[in-house]
Design a protein around this ligand. Structure first.
Ligand code: BGC
Length: 761
């Protein structure tokens, strides 16, 4: 249907337009009956449908309809599988159509800055590129069913502590490269219908009234065309927010902020055109849904199966010393731990799904093998229950293999507050260690939304990281443990040995008013790898029951311009006995030395399925952004001329193949020559370089290094020509006064000459 939304807005009264800019209630937008504008519903998200009826709240306190809980983002990111995320999105889209939900609130792409953030389970990764790819696939999937998404929480909402008032203090480069990165790529690639702004302030300005964020960056730079809604209760100053680019306030209040908008238009402090544009943007999306309704489908049994499949593709096998897969027959197996019976598979808060059914590992294993079971610990409080412990140790001792289902209980992590440490409950750590003393074959299966310290890691033979893997978690665990499925997830975040290793450790979560992102761009593996710090398990790491060999890395060119695209190809072969999937990661290492950068950064990846013995060639592209960093001098992305290493890797610490490409920058950085401009800066600029090169021999002479070192001449032996060149590079022009006897006037003349050359086209 071809609607003229602009015309429609013209027919609306001022009050109707202001009303359109806030919700009717917790989950609905207002309609205008006389103009045929329907009331549409939005619901959480992101990993299932949380459609609430009457008693609405945003903290997951009240029941919603029975729905299917898919694996949470911390898990699905480990699949590194764009197609899988798209499939999950399509299914959510179908469910929304069936339930008449116009927008499902998610995906959430905030970067995991610290393992302590209570909401990390809802976020994808510590890496912006991976997060952007998972989010884009999710968005494309949902929106292919004519249902909207709301990418959230825009932006720099990386902790729960004081999330509604604290200011995230971030330098521009870090903001662009790390915290906006996931949003930018996902928004450009997948065009989400809505964006949800975050609660927090950014450098002192609330996200909900941040003109730079919501208009200059989001719309002017990125070309975003949907509408922005507030996080629930994120509005501070409604009129300022509207002017900044916040179209919709959620949830609806008592109408007082609508009145503020009306008043502001009447008294001339708000241009009515701004309001009209906001309403237009909202209505475009309202009608996109209303005019394109399609038949929905919510087959809970089918979707439950898909949730299990996604879970199996997402879990990460961290350790396997010949213990997995388990044998269904001829092996006495004990399942230990409350989570075997009642798994933890989702997090608390607004994403909490009222799961229509849950498959535990104990349920699923019935189809496969006979196991014994002991509860081992309690999840309500962290107290050692000697009776439970003794029973578990005995059960483990009597078996050939003990599989311990452990992790974080609900109270340990949730939306609304952060963790205060990275440990598992003591009662579980002790249980694992005690069992390891009587049983040499121990496998630990972890259920957690964010990394935990693993003091017992060296005492067990197997570790399977299940994260919070949705309501079919037990099915996936059993399929993987018994080898019906082959593990193929890899970590979307680094697991450090201990919390204090984390780069944000000294600055997280700030003093309550501000939180300073002082580690800069060195987040996650960008820090650990650059520091060459030992970690428990690196980013991108995960084992399989088979093995893969990489060979024949090819680059489409040895040299490219920064505006070109480089195609990278390589061969991957399954060298084991079982079909499996490998995630090949492409990192770029900047060798130009132009800026302080992480030692490598993930810039592409591919997941490939291979039968035993099969070999495939995989291809990936790299473009300017893959090489660039955000240069605040030009306020743009910049890839310096020079060498970059292209690394094909099985994890950030397992580089299999490498090749070098030379990138030629098409951007000449502007230079403003002053008395304090250094010789090296002038040598870096192609226009000023020849002038300095012309002068270099006399410069070097004055720095004492032009002659061949004479034997016996202590001074000339001590300063070689290479050394004087290096010293000279760091000298500012004004030092020519002291070392070359130039007058201030002569240097001024030189500055003029250099500046004129620099500005020549
Ligand atoms: C959360 C959002 C959520 C909203 C609605 C807020 O508290 O931060 O992620 O979509 O509530 O439930």
């Amino acid at each position: 249907m071809n609607r003229n939304v602009k015309e429609l807005v013209k027919q609306m009264t001022l009050e109707e337009k202001a009303g359109m800019c806030s919700g009717k209630d917790f989950w609905h937008l207002k309609g205008v009956e006389r103009l045929g504008i329907p009331e549409v519903m939005v619901s959480d998200g992101p990993h299932g449908l949380r459609k609430q009826a009457a008693e609405a709240d945003h903290l997951g306190l009240n029941e919603s309809i029975k729905a299917v809980c898919f694996p949470t983002a911390c898990a699905t990111a480990c699949s590194f599988d764009r197609e899988l995320l798209e499939k999950m999105g399509e299914t959510l889209g179908d469910e929304c159509q069936a339930e008449d939900v116009s927008v499902i609130l998610g995906p959430a792409v905030n970067i995991k800055r610290s393992p302590l953030c209570g909401r990390n389970f809802e976020y994808f990764s510590e890496d912006p590129y991976l997060a952007s790819q998972m989010a884009a696939a999710h968005i494309k999937g949902v929106q292919s069913k004519n249902v909207g998404t709301s990418i959230k929480h825009f932006a720099a909402n990386n902790q729960e502590y004081r999330r509604m008032s604290c200011s995230s203090e971030i330098d521009e480069r870090t903001f662009r490269e790390i915290y906006l990165g996931a949003f930018e790529t996902a928004i450009k690639e997948a065009k989400p219908d809505t964006v949800m702004c975050s609660y927090n302030k950014i450098n002192g300005e609330f996200a909900s009234e941040n003109h730079r964020l919501l208009t200059e960056i989001l719309r002017d730079e990125w070309g975003y065309e949907g509408y922005v809604m507030s996080d629930w209760g994120a509005v501070n100053d409604r009129v300022k927010g509207l002017k900044a680019g916040l179209e919709l306030e959620m949830p609806g209040g008592n109408g007082s902020t609508d009145k503020e908008i009306v008043e502001a238009v009447k008294n001339g402090t708000l241009d009515e055109e701004i309001l009209d544009t906001a309403v237009e943007r909202i209505l475009n999306i309202v009608f996109k849904f209303a005019d394109n309704r399609q038949e929905g489908k919510f087959d809970r049994e089918e979707d439950h199966k898909l949730a299990g499949k996604i879970a199996a593709e997402s879990m990460v096998l961290l350790k396997n010393e010949g213990i997995l897969p388990l044998k269904a027959q001829g092996q006495k197996i004990a399942f230990i731990g409350k989570f075997a019976e009642k798994p933890r598979f989702q997090g608390g808060g607004s994403s909490h799904i009222n799961s229509f059914k849950v498959t535990s590992a104990l349920d699923a294993v019935k189809e496969v093998a006979e196991v014994t079971y002991a509860q081992g610990y309690d999840v309500k409080e962290d107290k050692i229950d000697e009776a439970l412990l003794a029973e578990a140790v005995q059960t483990a001792k009597e078996a050939d293999v003990a599989v311990i289902f452990a992790g974080l209980p609900d109270a340990f992590e949730s939306e609304g507050y952060d963790r205060s440490h990275m440990r598992m409950p003591d009662c579980q750590n002790i249980l694992i260690s005690r069992i390891a003393q009587v049983q040499k074959n121990v496998v630990v299966v972890l259920h957690n939304g964010s990394p935990v310290e693993m003091p017992w890691a060296d005492e067990v033979k197997g570790i399977l990281e299940a994260y919070l893997c949705g309501e079919a978690v037990g099915q996936a665990e059993v399929d993987l443990l018994f080898g019906k499925a082959n593990p193929c997830g890899k970590l979307a975040e680094t697991i450090p040995y201990q919390l204090s290793d984390n780069p944000s450790y000294l600055f997280f979560p700030g003093d309550g008013r501000t939180v300073e992102y002082r580690e800069g761009v060195f987040v996650g593996y960008r820090y650990y790898d650059t520091k060459e710090m030992p970690v428990r398990y690196p980013f991108g790491y995960g084992l399989s029951y088979t093995t893969f060999e990489y060979s024949d890395l090819q680059l489409s060119a040895e040299e490219i311009k920064d505006t070109d695209t480089l195609t990278v190809s390589l061969k991957v072969k399954n060298t084991g006995n079982m079909a499996g999937k490998e995630i090949v990661q492409l990192y770029v290492a900047d060798k130009t030395g132009a800026a302080s950068r992480p030692v490598k950064e993930l810039k592409n990846f591919v997941k490939v399925e291979l039968q035993p013995g099969e070999e495939k060639t995989v291809q990936m592209q790299l473009d300017k952004r893959s090489f660039a960093w955000y240069n605040t001098q030009i306020q743009d992305w910049y890839a310096a001329t020079g060498k970059y290493e292209i690394l094909a890797a099985a994890s950030s610490r397992d580089i299999r193949l490498a090749k070098t490409v030379n990138v030629v920058s098409t951007t000449e950085l502007p230079i403003y020559v002053t008395m304090n401009t250094t010789i090296s800066e002038l040598l870096e600029n192609s226009k000023t370089k020849p002038i300095i090169e012309d002068m270099s021999s006399s410069l070097m002479e004055h720095m004492g290094g032009s002659q061949e070192a004479e034997e016996g001449n202590a001074a000339s032996e001590a300063i070689t020509p290479e050394m004087s060149l290096k010293m000279m590079e760091n000298a500012p022009l004004r030092s020519m006064r002291s070392f070359m006897g130039m007058s201030t006037e002569e240097i001024q003349e030189l500055i003029q000459k250099l500046q004129t050359a620099a500005e020549e086209n």
